[in-house]
Design a protein around this ligand. Structure first.
Ligand SMILES: [Cu+2]
Length: 124
């Protein structure tokens, strides 16, 4: 009889503690500031320039800061892009070179194998 009574008391105490713990946890969760998830905004674009008939097509290109330019060699001859801040390896037929433009300004470049080939990238 006494053991039964002790058991009942223990069960009641444990139940009270469990309820107390659960309500405390709920309070803590409610006090946390809401978590804000912000989607990153990606505005960079990929721009393409062809190299054909010994010319950059288009030779003048306006891009926005952060844009990526991909040059593709569509000539049978190899070419090599050479600017002040960017320079490719020799680009064989069918191969590409890419560069990201993160600074505003006007950037002239040539083909270092055929220096009469000229182009300009204007970054706004
Ligand atoms: Cu060339």
């Amino acid at each position: 009889m006494k053991i039964k009574y002790v058991l009942v008391v223990i069960v009641v105490v444990v139940a009270i503690l469990a309820i107390f713990a659960l309500t405390q946890q709920k309070k803590t969760e409610q006090n946390l500031p809401p978590v804000k998830y912000e989607k990153p905004v990606i505005t960079a674009q990929i721009r393409q320039i062809s190299i054909k008939n010994f010319a950059f097509v288009p030779s003048d290109m306006k891009v926005k800061k952060g844009d990526i330019i991909i040059w593709t060699n569509e000539d049978s001859a190899p070419h090599q892009i050479s600017g002040t801040d960017f320079k490719s390896d020799v680009i064989k037929t069918g191969f590409t070179y890419s560069s990201t433009f993160n600074q505003e300004g006007s950037f002239d470049y040539i083909c270092s194998i055929h220096p009469s080939m000229k182009g300009t990238i204007t970054v706004e």
